[in-house]
Design a protein around this ligand. Structure first.
Ligand SMILES: *Cc1c(COP(=O)(O)O)cnc(C)c1O
Length: 263
């Protein structure tokens, strides 16, 4: 793997490296551009603009940079690693931020998540649901969750196989502290937009079927930098976008910001 620049060449202030010397302004511009693209995709799909929620994804972006993002108007942040989310939450606890955990969660990390997360987008097992419910119960709080479905059939992807979804949703009634909002997926990583679109279309079909029995299952969390417009055309309600807002991620974030795992 070759990187465009080596860590030793990096300016000590990560803001400068990634965002020029006026990061808040850069975010405002990037954000405006993404919002425009969302509005255009909505128009193409005959959907009302504003129907789609943008969830900015800040994994590997340092807490200091999130302050600038907050200054640019961002209030919801998506993080895919619990430890990283926790550290940033601690560093930014003076700001009224909503933390959305969007990546796979190990059961032993649940006790941390329930303390600060507003939403969890990657519910993919009953064991995890039970542990979340137990810990939430102890704190007397509820949590919005999205059920992650593997729509691409790739072994590398987390999520329930589509055929397991109906029974899974039935069982969620046992966990009253969880507020299921809808379904989440990651499309196949492919240069072929048709294959990507098929993943999103499948999630919509699964949602439509689930909603007949469970009216609360309404929202689709799908689409990221490389494919959010296709996702919107297929019915996304929440798009999780990182790099289009915060700039490209180094392939190995740990090389740049010690303490972060590879992404
Ligand atoms: C990183 C991530 C995203 C955003 O990816 P970008 O390419 O930065 O837009 C969306 N969803 C999940 C689950 C992620 O981990």
């Amino acid at each position: 793997m070759s990187l465009a620049y080596s860590p030793s060449e990096l300016h000590p202030d990560a803001d400068i490296n990634r965002f020029g010397n006026n990061p808040a302004q850069r975010f405002a511009q990037n954000l405006a551009l993404v919002q425009t693209r969302i509005a255009e995709a909505c128009a193409r799909a005959g959907r009302a603009p504003g129907e789609v929620q943008l969830l900015p994804v800040t994994k590997t972006v340092p807490a200091a940079v999130l302050r600038h993002a907050f200054a640019a108007g961002i209030r919801d942040f998506g993080e895919n690693k619990l430890q990283e989310a926790r550290d940033k939450q601690a560093a930014l606890s003076d700001l009224p931020i909503r933390w959305n955990v969007i990546g796979h969660l190990q059961t032993n990390k649940v006790k941390y998540l329930v303390r600060f997360a507003s939403e969890f987008h990657a519910l993919d097992s009953l064991r995890l649901a039970a542990e979340l419910n137990r810990r939430l119960e102890a704190l007397g709080r509820d949590l919005s969750v999205f059920i992650q479905v593997n729509t691409s059939g790739e072994d590398s992807k987390y999520g329930l196989p589509p055929e397991a979804l109906p029974a899974f949703i039935e069982r969620l009634a046992d966990f009253p502290r969880l507020r299921p909002q809808g379904l989440m997926t990651l499309a196949i990583l492919s240069g072929d937009p048709l294959r990507v679109r098929r993943c999103f279309a499948l999630l919509r079909i699964l949602r439509d079927a689930a909603q007949l029995r469970h009216p609360g299952i309404t929202r689709l969390s799908m689409g990221m930098t490389s494919d959010f417009e296709i996702a919107i055309e297929e019915g996304a309600d929440v798009v999780r976008v990182g790099q289009a807002i915060f700039g490209p991620r180094p392939r190995s974030a740990g090389a740049f910001w010690p303490g972060l795992d590879d992404v």
